[in-house]
Design a protein around this ligand. Structure first.
Ligand code: ADP
Length: 638
């Protein structure tokens, strides 16, 4: 199992402490939002100004056209005058007759009225007024010299003149249109002048809400629909020029002060001017165009308030969008963080599981190794035990054999005695038989021979039993009837018991009592117990020596029980605990090996039984052997 890699980047914002990370993120979001709003403001301003400029262009064009149209219209008037025979007549003779002058004055008055002009007049080559439309008024121009006016200089030089100024007498502002009056030779001999009142031009613009300005070469506003701008300069005038203008009274008592411009800048090719108006500053988009054939310029001022409104709305929208985007981003970040934490938790759980699994495996391996070692140790011990058991078994067999030999040795004397008795009897019966035959009593001899036969039969039985006992046996087990074993043991010991006058009382069932055992071993146990009882009785010289042998089945306990009792001295209490130990004996050297009970114990235990010793209440010893009964055979089905 591999642990999932950490989702945490090694460097960057995620590597910072949480507090700092939040500050950095908030800072970045704020900077980003500010940038977005700034860009929105810039773009909106740019497009709004472009729109405004597009709006201003036709307004400007209209203003220029209307001004141009008026100028074109009025500048024809002095031309017409200059060709008029009545006017030309004025220059025909050096001295003018009053009648000619009067006629000219009347003509000019009529012309002036027809043209809607303020004044119409003609000057001679020196600038003196020869005739005028206002000759009848108290402020008649006739006789006045206007050589100082620029329109005179231009016209006398052969050009059409155009000039704006306040009238020197009337102080009323107006346009002066001039044209040279030429002689038949083509020289300028005089100048025709038509003054058009300023209001004729401005009336066309009075309806426009947009400020329209006409400025001269010095930047002085002289025609406008904004009275507060009039005779103010767009930029400060050089002092000499200002003094000159004041002296010439071209603009009357006009202040000639600069407009209250508080800021002026270019934005994306658009000129923006901020003016101080009242208590606030108002920004305008300034669009300019020159007036053809003049050194004048027409300017249109479009307030940019709507632009600022649009910019405000755009910034608001951009701010809102940024806020929404930030919220959305935060939600995403939160989600990502949660996913990240979940993954990290899963990874931690997986890691913990893997660790405990590894620990468990290591533990299992360790324990398995211990178990394998313990198992090997156990196997070795079992082998050792088995070997030891083999040795014990072998030794036991050898001891059994040895004890049998010992018993045989002891029995030998008794058997010899047993055989001597019948032998002596046989010898006596044989001698008597010969005597009976010699005396001619064959039936008596035959009776003796029968007795001899019986005796030899008995001797044969005895020797057969001995042979069985002495034979080295295998440990093969078989189903044996315990009653048969009791019978053979009794037969073996019968001569001895009879010799010592010991009564053997056997109590056993009528039917077979079968156990799974080796018959020779069982006989050996019985012989040992009976012999020991006989030894004890003899040793204690018990007056009426008696041995009891009881054989019984205990089906409830699934046991066969063999009880050997005697009425001898009993077992000394201190010997009770070690009776079954090998080589424990109370008998004199040469009479007992101390192996009988120990071997019997081994035999009984090998068969899954028990042997125990106790003293009877009324005196004497009691040995009880219990052997397992075979499991009952299931009934065969028919
Ligand atoms: P051995 O007969 O060679 O002494 P056993 O192992 O047969 O060896 O018996 C051990 C001892 O148990 C005897 O020496 C004897 O002291 C005691 N013993 C056995 N049977 C009896 C008995 N029926 N009454 C009294 N003591 C007995």
């Amino acid at each position: 199992m591999t642990a999932p890699q950490s989702q945490e980047p090694a460097a960057g914002v995620a590597g910072l402490p949480r507090g700092l990370r939040v500050t950095v993120i908030v800072g970045a979001v704020l900077v980003l939002a500010a940038l977005v709003m700034l860009v929105a403001a810039l773009l909106t301003r740019q497009s709004a100004l472009a729109e405004l400029r597009a709006e201003a262009a036709p307004a400007l064009q209209r203003s220029v056209s209307s001004l141009q149209g008026l100028l074109d219209t009025y500048q024809i008037l002095p031309r017409v005058l200059a060709r008029e025979p009545l006017i030309l007549n004025l220059y025909a003779t050096p001295t003018l007759s009053p009648a000619t002058r009067e006629t000219a004055n009347e003509f000019l008055s009529a012309f002036n009225a027809a043209a809607g002009a303020s004044e119409t007049y003609v000057l001679d080559a020196l600038g003196n007024t020869i005739a005028a439309s206002n000759s009848e008024s108290p402020v008649s121009f006739v006789g006045r010299n206007f050589a100082f006016r620029p329109y005179f200089h231009l016209a006398i030089a052969g050009w059409a003149g155009l000039y704006f100024a306040h009238g020197t007498t009337s102080n009323r502002p107006g346009f002066y249109f001039s044209y040279p009056v030429k002689s038949s030779g083509g020289d300028a001999v005089g100048v025709a002048v038509v003054k058009i009142g300023q209001e004729r031009l401005e009336s066309a613009w009075s309806q426009s809400a947009t400020p329209i300005l006409v400025t001269d070469a010095a930047g002085v506003v002289f025609i406008t629909n904004r009275e507060d701008f009039r005779y103010h300069a767009l930029r400060p005038l050089p002092p000499v020029l200002a003094a000159e203008l004041v002296g010439s009274r071209q603009y009357g008592d006009g202040p000639l002060a600069p407009l209250p411009v508080v800021g002026e800048r270019e934005f994306d090719g658009v000129r923006l001017v901020s003016l101080h108006e009242g208590r606030r500053s108002v920004e305008y988009l300034l669009a300019k165009a020159p007036v053809p054939n003049t050194d004048w310029e027409v300017s249109v001022l479009v307030p940019t308030a709507t632009v600022e409104e649009q910019v405000g709305v755009a910034v608001l929208l951009a701010g809102s969008a940024s806020a929404i985007a930030t919220l959305f981003g935060l939600m995403l970040a939160q989600k990502r963080l949660r996913t990240h934490e979940r993954l990290a938790y899963q990874a931690r759980v997986a890691e913990a599981l893997r660790e405990s699994h590894d620990r468990l495996e290591a533990h299992v391996v360790e324990r398995t190794r211990d178990l394998v070692e313990a198992n090997q140790r156990l196997s070795r011990e079992i082998q050792e035990r088995e070997r030891a058991e083999q040795i014990v078994l072998k030794t036991q067999n050898e001891l059994i054999q040895a004890s049998k030999l010992a018993a045989l040795g002891q029995l030998a004397a008794g058997i010899v005695h047993e055989l001597n008795q019948p032998l002596a009897a046989i010898r006596a019966y044989a001698a008597n038989a010969r005597t009976f035959l010699e005396r001619g009593r064959p039936e008596a001899a035959s009776g003796n021979l029968d007795l001899i036969g019986e005796l030899t039969e008995r001797m044969a039985t005895l020797t057969a039993e001995l042979k069985t006992f002495a034979r080295r046996t295998s440990d093969e087990v078989a189903d044996i009837d315990l009653r048969a074993s009791v019978g053979r043991a009794r037969a073996l010991l019968d001569p001895r018991l009879r010799r010592d006058g010991i009564e053997l009382h056997i109590e056993q069932p009528d039917t077979a009592l079968t156990v799974r055992a080796n018959a020779i071993r069982i006989e050996q146990v019985l012989v040992n117990l009976l012999k020991n009882a006989a030894d004890a009785l003899l040793e204690a010289a018990t007056p009426v020596p008696r041995i009891g042998l009881r054989l019984q089945a205990d089906p409830a306990a699934r046991r066969a029980r063999l009880v050997v009792t005697d009425n001898g001295p009993g077992i000394p209490p201190e010997a009770l605990g070690q009776l079954f130990d090998p080589f424990f004996t109370t008998k004199p050297v040469g009479e007992g090996l101390g192996l009988g009970l120990s071997i019997s114990y081994g035999i009984v235990q090998n068969l899954g039984g028990t042997i125990r010793a106790e003293n009877l209440a009324g005196g004497g010893a009691c040995f009880t052997v219990e052997l397992p009964l075979p499991a009952p055979q299931p009934l065969e089905s028919a």
